[in-house]
Design a protein around this ligand. Sequence first.
Ligand SMILES: Cc1cc2nc3c(=O)[nH]c(=O)nc-3n(C[C@H](O)[C@H](O)[C@H](O)COP(=O)(O)OP(=O)(O)OC[C@H]3O[C@@H](n4cnc5c(N)ncnc54)[C@H](O)[C@@H]3O)c2cc1C
Length: 341
Amino acid sequence: MAEPASRLCARFSEEPVSQRISIIGAGIAGIACAYEFARRGCAVTIVEKRAAAGRGCSWHAGGMLAPWCECESAEPIIGELGRESLAFWRDHFADTVSNGTLVVAPRRDLPDLQRFARRTQAHIWLDKDALGRLEPALSGRFGQGLFFDGEAHLDPRAALSALVSRLNVDFGVSIHFGGEPAPADWTLDCRGLDARMDLQDLRGVKGEMLMVRSPEVEFSRPIRLLHPRIPVYIVPRGGGVYMIGATMIENADGGGVTVRSALELLNAAYTLHPGFAEAEIIETGSGLRPAFPDNLPRLRPRGRTLHVNGFYRHGFLLAPAMARRAADFLLEGKEYPEVMD
Ligand SMILES: Cc1cc2nc3c(=O)[nH]c(=O)nc-3n(C[C@H](O)[C@H](O)[C@H](O)COP(=O)(O)OP(=O)(O)OC[C@H]3O[C@@H](n4cnc5c(N)ncnc54)[C@H](O)[C@@H]3O)c2cc1C
């Protein structure tokens, strides 16, 4: 039975705060929490059931840090948490690329681009020439585009591994692969979708992605193509490598990338730039995004365990801000009703 947050907080004023934190799960939620608690002086331990960190859903993320674009369909709180996390990534991961996001649509889908503009903020309209100057590989291909110059992107695997190594070097925290969580004063449950036996309103939203190597195409920022079925995005990873994502399939149980999804993702990439026809497919993959019914993240206390979950399609965009709230809650008794039940 969940203990109400107010009762937990009442205890903070009576008891000295305990500093031993045990984290279950080394995805972006767990690693961001470990980093935040370690920075605040806690003795942190992490267990991960897989053989390496970040091999769950986090492995497949695009790495877009797009708090304004995401608010086209997400609640304003995602934008707020996202902007806070963006600042964290810029400060703590030097390879964060701050080149903004470009959104385009084929001429027939111009009304979709206009709708996207109405639902979002912090963008400017680009005409054909300005678009070509910003992203020369798209020169002459689209009549208009929306540019969100405050956004950024990163390589999620590199970012996660950088945090893991900072944890180790700066705070002496290493990950224990396999085994049981260490005894602690507080446990942070960051198991992603694997926590669904305990969080019964958690569901999996399957996301499929492809990685291609395409020396012929040169983009310097994530490009979103508004598309009637899959709103596709392409994120440059450097060296001619691009991540193409992502499908959104409700209540999925897993499985690999289907032929239908691969065809749709590749078709959309080809619509964006015909140079992708010659690209080499170097990886296909899919992950199950952990999501609550409203697609918002949660800190959910249960006794001496705090569940940090429901990051949906925003793990890298939200994790640093959610980790800060988790630490504020457990160490200082602050409450954040917008992300707590
Ligand atoms: C195709 C795709 C594209 C995406 N693109 C983006 C994007 O561009 N930007 C963005 O911000 N987000 C994106 N996301 C979303 C993001 O990947 C997720 O929100 C995020 O990975 C969720 O992180 P998590 O740590 O909660 O879960 P996970 O990454 O799944 O981590 C959970 C960890 O817990 C471990 N675990 C489970 N059970 C146990 C146990 N009993 N003991 C020990 N360890 C355990 C698992 O092995 C795993 O390592 C994307 C997702 C997908 C699928």
